[in-house]
Design a protein around this ligand. Structure first.
Ligand code: BDR
Ligand code: CA
Length: 311
């Protein structure tokens, strides 16, 4: 099977970093480009982190294109208390020597999808500002994309607020545009990603992965939360990538998702109706994660990437 072509729109971000390691190390995927958005930390840092990760991991040929600094209509929020001021927790990767690509993320997304209709999957693991702007600029991206998979939303409880998940809450208007654009959004939300917890056993395996483990994985997850025998920080964004590599890991159910943009207590909530009530589904929503197989996949890929980082 030829590799699935993807563009990753991200805001690294600890779990974004772990998602990038997974995508880079998976022969099932071909990364055509990385686009960045302000989110967990500001755009300058998310972009710098993407550049550092690209060189540390060794995929210098993949363009990194910066995009939107903040939400469409709202003031910027961030998650520096979760990801650290740098965005990568305790990881201190060497400064990048290769530059960002010329141009803007929104144009990169539009032109990459235009160039290969039906072939490229867009994966968004940060706020949806760039994706919404791409849809507004060229509505045919929704036809050209092979699919859009996001890490974001929740049909149970939020993490930014009781009702809303961070990536949606950071730019609810953008999310509303994306969910309302006429394509089917694959929504991998907190309901699923909360299960991707880095337990002690997982962290022990990461620790034994040479520089990848000691300089990136452990300083990231160790910063993200407390690792225990049966719990630990969830590496949300990696779930979206894992779904593309092996769709059988996450069960999807059709639903209508409306994004709350006006709620006083619920702004950014992804109101998810599995009952449909006569409406056409606009989303396939992740409902279960096969945790054991998820970690088997991840740790196998990470072990492979670890070898290449040593060389
Ligand atoms: C999402 O929010 C961010 O903090 C993470 O990087 C992830 O994309 C989880 O809610
Ligand atoms: Ca993210």
């Amino acid at each position: 099977m030829p590799a699935q072509k993807i563009v990753i729109d991200c805001d690294p971000g600890i779990d974004d970093a772990l998602a990038l390691v997974l995508a880079h190390g998976s022969p099932e995927l071909e990364i055509l480009g990385i686009t960045t958005v302000g989110g967990n930390v500001d755009l300058a840092r998310t972009t710098d982190n993407a550049l550092r990760l690209r060189e540390f991991l060794g995929f210098g040929g993949v363009p990194v294109t910066p995009g939107s600094a903040g939400a469409l209509l709202r003031s910027r929020v961030n998650a520096a208390e979760v990801h650290g001021d740098s965005g990568l927790g305790g990881a201190l990767l060497p400064p990048a020597t290769l530059p960002v690509a010329a141009g803007h993320a929104v144009d990169f997304i539009v032109e990459t999808l235009r160039a290969a209709p039906g072939e490229v999957t867009l994966v968004a693991i940060g706020p949806l500002t760039n994706v919404a702007l791409a849809v507004l600029k060229e509505p045919r991206v929704t036809e050209w994309a092979r699919g859009l998979t996001i890490l974001g939303g929740s049909y149970t409880r939020g993490n930014f607020s009781p009702a809303a998940e961070f990536n949606i809450a950071a730019d609810p208007e953008a999310a509303a545009i994306v969910f309302g654009a006429g394509w089917t959004v694959t929504m991998i939300g907190l309901d699923v990603s909360r299960g991707a917890m880095t337990t002690r056993a997982v962290a022990d395996r990461m620790e034994a992965m040479g520089r990848l483990g000691t300089e990136l994985l452990i300083p990231c997850v160790g910063f993200h939360g407390t690792i225990t025998a049966d719990g630990g920080p969830a590496i949300h964004d990696a779930c979206a990538i894992a779904h593309l590599i092996d769709p059988s890991l996450i069960t999807l159910e059709p639903a209508v998702v409306d994004v709350e943009t006006a709620g006083r207590f619920t702004s950014g909530m992804t109101v998810t109706d599995f009952a449909l009530r006569g409406r056409t589904p606009n989303a396939l929503v992740g409902t279960t994660l096969d945790t054991d197989r998820f970690w088997d996949l991840l740790l196998d890929v990470y072990a492979r990437v670890a070898e290449s980082v040593e060389r």
